[in-house]
Design a protein around this ligand. Structure first.
Ligand code: C2E
Ligand code: CA
Ligand code: CA
Ligand code: CA
Length: 278
């Protein structure tokens, strides 16, 4: 406590707590933003080159923060996880992604939507029920929803996670393991858990094909995924050379700026409807 003259005390030190204060303010602004409709989902297509189709897209949250333009999740998801607001935000994302997938299905252009799930959200006792309720409410065929989980979710409480994943898989929801290779990479759960796909983290692609070690890791991931009957998705594909190499290594699906950046739902719809898919 700093003295500020007679009878006046400052109960915080600005330098020390600027970070904390900033996070509290951001939490407040996010809560308000959720109520005011400032959040929006963008969708990035996932491409299947063999069939030339877009079987799915990933929902990625953005925040139209007043006075700050379009704010990317890298700046606020971490804060939302710390303050616990991610439970509310995650619920909003799930509801909206499912509603959008249901609209596309009703328009006769079904497109699976993948939703990122954060650890705190997954750990909530009502998570599976939340998903089941949202699917039913929007009458979405469950296979049109994919949940993207990270390795940290799975290892935290493996037994409980296994039960939840099994329940989700029983609903008919598809499950993918996101950012594969960056976490703990315990291979035992890959066999035990009902996962439909692996998403190879972008960091392994950055220096491909020049870096032989990265290419070897990608090759191993692809083989392992296939041996366990999983599809393998490469994310963050930016250059034709990367794609060529990934294709040679047997990757199944691709996502990345080379094909498309994340975009609003209407833009994706328009793009998929045009003859050349561009
Ligand atoms: P992620 O799940 O690994 O999502 C992929 C990120 O890579 C996205 O960033 C996407 O825009 C970006 N990306 C896609 N293709 C390329 C590429 O070719 N090159 C490069 N450099 N980047 C590419 P974004 O949208 O900024 O999201 C960042 C992270 O924020 C996500 O990483 C995810 O962990 C988190 N996130 C986003 N939306 C949500 C959400 O709704 N819920 C939760 N829990 N987390 C989310
Ligand atoms: Ca993801
Ligand atoms: Ca990822
Ligand atoms: Ca990532």
């Amino acid at each position: 406590v700093k003295e500020r003259g007679k009878g006046h005390y400052r109960f915080y030190q600005p330098e020390m707590n600027a970070d904390l204060l900033g996070r509290i303010q951001m939490d407040h602004a996010m809560r308000q933003g959720l109520q005011r409709g400032e959040f929006e989902l963008h969708y990035q297509p996932r491409v299947d080159l063999r069939s030339g189709t877009v079987p799915a897209c990933e929902a990625l949250v953005r925040w139209h923060r007043p006075g700050q333009g379009l704010v990317m999740p890298g700046t606020f998801i971490g804060v939302a996880e710390e303050t616990g607001l991610i439970a509310l935000l995650g619920h909003w994302v799930l509801q909206n992604a499912i509603a959008q997938a249901a609209r596309w299905a009703a328009e006769g252009r079904p497109l699976q939507v993948a939703v990122n799930v954060s650890a705190l959200q997954f750990q909530q006792a009502r998570f599976v029920q939340d998903v089941a309720d949202a699917l039913q409410q929007h009458r979405l065929p469950p296979h049109l929803l994919e949940l993207e989980l990270t390795e940290s979710i799975l290892i935290r409480d493996a037994e409980e996670a296994l039960g939840k994943l099994q329940a989700l898989a029983d609903l008919g929801v598809e499950l993918s393991l996101d950012d594969f290779g960056t976490g703990y990479s315990s291979l035992t759960y890959l066999k035990r858990f009902p996962l439909h796909r692996l998403k190879i983290d972008r960091s392994f692609l950055v220096s491909m094909p020049e870096d032989g070690a990265d290419a070897a890791i990608v090759a191993a991931i692809v083989q392992m995924g296939h041996a366990l009957s999983m599809e393998v998705v490469a994310e963050g594909v930016e250059r034709p050379e990367q794609l060529q190499r990934l294709h040679a290594l047997g990757c199944d699906h691709y996502q990345g700026f080379l094909f498309a950046r994340p975009m609003p739902a209407d833009a994706l719809r328009t793009r998929l409807a045009s003859p050349d898919g561009k």
